[in-house]
Design a protein. Sequence first.
Length: 553
Amino acid sequence: MKESNHFIENIIDQDLQSGFDPKKIKFRFPPEPNGFLHIGHVKAIWINFSLAKKYNSSVVLRFDDTNPEKEEQQYIDAIKKDVSWLGYNWSEERYASDYFKQLHDWAILLINNGLAYVDSQSSEEIAEQKGTPTKAGTDSPFRARSIQENLMLFEQMTNGDFSESEHVLRAKIDMASSNMLMRDPIIYRVLNKSHPRTKALWKVYPMYDWAHGQSDYIEQISHSLCTLEFKPHRDLYEWFLDQLVEKTKLRPKQREFARLNLSHTITSKRKLMFLVNKGIVSGWDDPRMPTISGLRKRGFPPEALKEFVRLAGVAKRENIIEASLLEYCAREELNKTSNRVMVVMNPLKITITNYSELEYETLFSENNPENPDSGSREVPFSKELYIEKEDFKEEANRKFFRLTIGKEVRLKSAYIIKANQVVYDTNNNIKEVLCTYDPKSKSGSGTEESQRKVKGTLHWVSRKHCIDIDVNEYDRLFHHENPSSAQTDEELLKMVNPGSIKKITAKAEPFLSSAKKGARFQFQRKGYFVVDSSNPKLVFNKTVGLRDTWKKK
């Protein structure tokens, strides 16, 4: 069944039906290089690059570097790494700073046309004169400055003759507009800061609304896609283009879609920075963070993130998507691609009394039943093993299909064993379980006994051969479904899940000693894990469990 178009595809199809040249379709992804990309950005990235693929067009990666106070090269590098990791290639790498000269020339054009003026009020005075949504603004006392005076003052601003708070350049639009963004917005401010790319060349910097649409126009972006909070900016976007667009050139079209809101998650840069600075997380790439780098470190495959935003859909109305959908997408992808291994998190010693102490043997276990080409691996078997403590009960009801006294279970890829006796320590805790095994029941041996069915199958490791590994078990960072609703930092802290990380040392089959950084595995009956890519030690981060075990509180 063919999947129906989302509304942006319908817009583009209507444009094409109206005669728009398909060769002129072009998109852009315009991140600000002042932070790390998060799960919300994945949606914007996926939309633009998916549309580019569908319409045989391209995507410009444009860095909106109009604020030198907060921009750093590390963010640019991280953004490019994230987009590439998702599997996308951009056609051009551009920066708003590439257009500073053109933007400045256009600002002078607005002044010459009587459509911009230098305002010498304080920011507080300007804000006060803006009015309210129900009350019109009032004109600045400097709104009537002559073109010559405005040109002179703007030149002095450009030359660095004024301090940062003395003057701004405002567009002259309509102080009575119902859209407050149209009430003479600031388009240039003085910033005596060195820019990462242009260094000390400029003393004035364009505001986002002025740089954004004009950058789209310079690059000839056909469809400029952004989230719903920018819908009120569209009037301003169009007004600026009205003053500049040449009839022979393509005019960009801004359209808005609902941002991705994920339950139990925040994407506010300020709030995420607060968590980092407060030490609630170890950094921007902490596996509990919603950043792409954090999700990557936790083991989420890029295919799972893209499938998640596809299933979440492209809509015009805001809603909250359950985090369980993201986890489901991860499981579906990891189930197909992850090799199975045996790791015991909470070990209980098992001794097989009828197995020789001097013996051990090499068994074989399939790597991934979902992938017939994945092959098998060697697993050592010996007299003393470990199983999970939770997999044994001295006495159990009929619904307990694991190990109990007098009953049989199969050890994965090995033999059927029966528990016979419990050994206690001095505190009367279970120290060891003595078992016997059926030597004819070895998995895959082809004997009738090896085909015998028992209700329980347990994972295990050989005590003599296993290795110790460090495991970080992660859960959601917030127990509250909508942490974005927190009004204060104190409220946000109260929503943090105190059990979001648990560090343990586990017993693993020796195969994992050679696991490479970033390799993903399914720990049998426990979940999906990835080798931490940044830790010099062999550390495994839990991605998701085998099923959704989260319970709302």
